[in-house]
Design a protein around this ligand. Structure first.
Ligand code: SF4
Length: 208
């Protein structure tokens, strides 16, 4: 089966809506958001939605959030707004219950995407956004097909349009690394949850 070109779909969706479309962009962290924002701000009015209850602990959550705030302020000033829902890791543990031991990229991650995208879709619908999207597709470790399928489902459920993307295409991931270096951003070496942190610790041991 031919794979969809989600980047072309995104451009078509924004073109149809016209300049200034209101986009709510779920962001997992500043480094991932950097390359995605570059592709959106010329076409849309963007609000970043930092909803990440998957992050293992409050201090890591704050560390990533501060990077996000500083990056937006220094690069975009008032042009890009930021909304931060209340952080409660219990929401993540409830959502993934029974899938704690799944491998990274498996059922645990699917439920984690669903949790974060449903909340983003709800907020977008309640606040009259034209679209909602996510930075998650910039990562080569995450399945863009799965993320786009879940996004579409959550959009239909909440009655708001999902903005397709595959931000890693056209060197999007490399661009996020370059922008992170340029701006001295903290780039964590694990996805976010306690399980991914343990997996990263194992990888570090093997690499030693
Ligand atoms: S590895 Fe990442 S996407 Fe998967 S459950 Fe953990 S935080 Fe969520």
């Amino acid at each position: 089966m031919l794979k969809e070109n989600y980047e072309n779909l995104r451009l078509e969706q924004l073109k149809i809506k016209g300049k200034g479309a209101k986009v709510l962009l779920h962001s997992c962290c500043a480094p991932c958001s950097s390359a995605c924002l570059e592709r959106l701000v010329d076409f849309a009015s963007v609000t970043v939605f930092y909803y990440n209850p998957n992050i293992d602990n409050q201090s890591e959550f704050e560390l990533r959030l501060n990077e996000q705030k500083n990056y937006l302020n220094s690069v975009y000033g008032d042009k890009v707004k930021l909304f931060i829902p209340h952080y409660d890791a219990k929401e993540f543990y409830e959502a993934i219950r029974g899938h704690e031991d799944a491998k990274e990229g498996g059922s645990r991650c699917e439920l984690c995407f669903k949790l974060r995208l449903e909340k983003t879709a709800q907020y977008a619908a309640e606040n009259n956004f034209d679209f909602f999207a996510t930075t998650l597709t910039v990562s080569p470790l995450k399945n863009a097909q799965l993320i786009n399928r879940i996004g579409k489902e959550m959009g239909e459920k909440c009655n708001v349009q999902w903005l397709y993307s595959d931000f890693k295409k056209q060197n999007g991931y490399l661009r996020s690394i370059a922008l992170s270096k340029e701006n001295g951003l903290y780039r964590q070496d694990y996805c976010g949850c306690s399980f991914s942190q343990k997996e990263a610790a194992k990888r570090r041991k093997v690499d030693q």
